[in-house]
Design a binder for this molecule. Structure first.
Ligand SMILES: [Mg+2]
Length: 291
């Protein structure tokens, strides 16, 4: 019998613990090297951690995130104290504002008409990062509690994956942990932006019978576009979030009495605006453990 409820799941940062490891092992140190940050790399790591992991910008595309992180870096107290010349972000801002896809191919096309040594450096960095992640053979683990909970969801509901990763990468990552058997429909970036993916996955289900689970504002916005309830996996509290999903939210959703409001409040609190890092509010910077 076909299930009459659907649980749609984001992948990176929701099911799989990919975001911190990718930032800390590849994206951040390789950019600090590419841009010659020297002893100020720690300041950049703080900026990039905040933007990518602990702000409302969590989950945005790579060049958008770099623009935000370097904007914070340019005005970081350690950078100013060191007299480090700020990066000229004009070319990066123009590329991001173009609205082109932030792929290597699109950047290459843009560079033909808009020569920029700075963007050339970022393009080389992006390629080196992709190659390094691939060559590392690094496998991203699911958060604690995920396999058991996916099995429980799949016993009662249809399960869909909606993600901006390529479908082939998703298949590989989910299969590595035996998670594909809990998935009825897997949508990657080839099926459009997340809201479009969710709409197509949810075809045939009443919006109130669809639950979107995600870790970033893009996931929430996709849920809002469909008019379905959202359950957030809170950054830094992933295991607790999955337990609450399994024990409280999902059973309530099945009975039509899930109230997302309190969890949305916690989600908003956990992800403040990306231009207001804690150190600028005079608070003590808490970077958390690095992996
Ligand atoms: Mg995500």
């Amino acid at each position: 019998m076909r299930a009459d409820t659907l649980v749609a799941l984001d992948s990176d940062g929701t099911v799989l613990d990919t975001m911190g490891p990718k930032q800390h092992r590849f994206l951040q140190p390789m950019l600090a090297d590419a841009l010659g940050m020297g002893p100020l790399r720690e300041a950049y790591f703080a900026c990039a951690d905040f933007v990518n992991l602990r702000s409302a910008a969590r989950g945005i595309t790579r060049f958008n995130a770099i623009l935000l992180a370097l904007t914070l870096f340019n005005r970081h107290p350690d950078v100013r104290a060191a007299g480090f010349p700020p990066f000229d972000l004009t070319d990066l801002r123009a590329f991001v504002a173009s609205g082109l896809p932030q792929s290597d191919a699109a950047l290459g096309g843009w560079l033909r008409d808009h020569p920029s040594p700075f963007l050339e450096t970022l393009r080389a960095w992006g390629r080196a990062v992709n190659a390094a992640i691939l060559a590392s053979g690094l496998r991203f683990d699911p958060f604690p509690g995920v396999p058991e909970t996916l099995a429980a969801l799949h016993a009662r509901s249809a399960v869909a994956v909606v993600s901006q990763s390529p479908a082939a990468v998703l298949r590989q990552d989910w299969d590595a942990h035996g998670l594909l058997r809990f998935v009825d429909d897997l949508a990657g970036q080839e099926r459009g932006v997340k809201a479009v993916q969710l709409r197509s996955a949810a075809e045939g289900f009443a919006p109130g019978r669809v639950l979107m689970v995600g870790d970033a504002y893009g996931d929430l916005q996709a849920a809002q576009a469909l008019g379905c309830p959202f359950f957030p996996i809170l950054p830094g509290r992933e295991a607790d979030s999955w337990r609450e999903l399994a024990e409280e939210a999902y059973p309530a959703f099945l009975e039509g009495r899930y109230d997302p409001a309190p969890r949305l409040a916690a989600f908003t609190h956990a992800l403040p605006p990306p231009d207001s890092p804690p150190w600028e509010a005079g608070a003590v910077t808490n970077r958390g453990p690095r992996d």
